[in-house]
Write a protein that binds this ligand. Structure first.
Ligand SMILES: Cc1cc2nc3c(=O)[nH]c(=O)nc-3n(C[C@H](O)[C@H](O)[C@H](O)COP(=O)(O)OP(=O)(O)OC[C@H]3O[C@@H](n4cnc5c(N)ncnc54)[C@H](O)[C@@H]3O)c2cc1C
Length: 297
């Protein structure tokens, strides 16, 4: 029997495994190797690993975990969970069954990129969600922002710290008149109409094409598609969730325990605002520590 099974072995899951392995707890990490930022050439903002390809950070992390004999990394998709605290059972898609006293859910989220030609090809390259991740490299260039709701107004104000050339794409949303006036006051034009296509060259966008017939050139486009958890295991477990403008996250307490005793969670699956590798690794480390401390004799 494992002490802990971690479902999702990316930034949050491996950080949890590291703490548990160092505490000499027996851990199995199940992972399908599809981290959210795999489309990005570089990951930014993680101290000590800035401007490295995300997959390189993960592969270095996995190599470091090899020092800890009690950690087992398994490439497999968790499909079902049964049992309760002190005896959970996880079934993988290959039909293998693992048992553990505690679970850590760190299976992240999937961005639901819109079905607009060119969007998926540019995602992570020239269409990105976060200025802290990709803003520095594109500072002072012409930025576009796809409006996704009232929160986009704050994003537009935030972006002006990186550039004074910003265009907002309404993309079919009704932007209130007072907000339009505030944007105009900051020299931020609003382009109406729906986005019908992202014209690009190998993922590097050239123009945002609209149903009005106009094609607007920008250097980088920021967009915030809704996301959903990468698996539905939390649903079958009946875990409490929280609604956010971007999607749902799992509810956790101050010790990262979900609404079910013995099940902990970390990473984007639990992060409503500004998800990042830094937050995921920090939360993962704490989930590992709290899970371990819950098993003391
Ligand atoms: C385009 C883009 C660029 C980004 N750039 C940055 C950046 O520069 N800096 C930064 O700090 N953040 C960046 N982020 C955010 C960053 O990707 C996330 O915050 C981070 O990946 C969250 O880590 P996580 O471990 O919670 O989830 P993830 O990294 O998404 O990992 C979840 C893991 O769980 C696995 N999994 C899913 N379902 C199952 C299952 N049923 N069984 C087993 N395994 C499963 C997946 O394969 C994956 O390996 C970016 C995000 C995007 C979309």
């Amino acid at each position: 029997m494992n002490d802990v099974i971690i479902i999702g072995g990316s930034f949050a899951g491996l950080a949890a495994a590291l703490q548990l392995g160092r505490a000499r707890r027996r851990v199995t990490v199940l992972d399908t190797e599809l981290p959210r930022n795999r489309f990005a050439g570089h990951s930014h903002g993680l101290l000590g690993h800035d401007h490295k390809p995300p997959l390189a950070i993960l592969s270095e992390s996995r190599a470091q975990l090899a020092r800890y004999p009690a950690i087992s990394l398994v490439t497999a998709r968790a499909e079902g969970i049964s049992g309760s605290i002190d005896d959970f059972s996880v079934l993988t898609a290959d039909g293998e069954r693992f048992r553990a006293r505690r679970l850590i859910l760190s299976y992240g989220v999937v961005d639901q990129v819109p079905d607009v030609p060119g969007f998926a090809e540019c995602w992570g390259k020239s269409i990105v969600p976060c200025p802290y991740c990709d803003g520095f490299e594109a500072a002072e260039q012409h930025w576009g922002l796809v409006w996704s709701g009232l929160q986009s107004h704050n994003q537009a104000r935030l972006f002006l710290d990186w550039t004074d050339k910003l265009t907002v794409f309404a993309d079919g949303h009704d932007i209130p008149t007072d907000i339009r006036a505030a944007l105009e006051h900051r020299n931020v034009p609003v382009v109406d109409g729906r986005i019908t296509e992202i014209a690009h060259h190998r993922g590097h966008l050239t123009t945002v094409n609209l149903d009005s017939g106009s094609n607007v050139a920008v250097d980088i486009l920021f967009a915030h598609p809704r996301n959903r958890p990468s698996a539905s295991l939390h649903e079958s477990l009946g875990l409490a969730t929280v609604e956010t403008p971007a999607g749902i996250t799992l509810k956790v307490d101050e010790r990262r325990q979900t609404s079910v005793s013995g099940i902990y969670a970390a990473g984007d699956l639990t992060t409503p605002f500004l998800p990042s590798v830094t937050q995921a690794t920090s939360q993962g480390a704490m989930a590992g520590i709290f899970a371990q401390q819950s098993m003391l004799a």
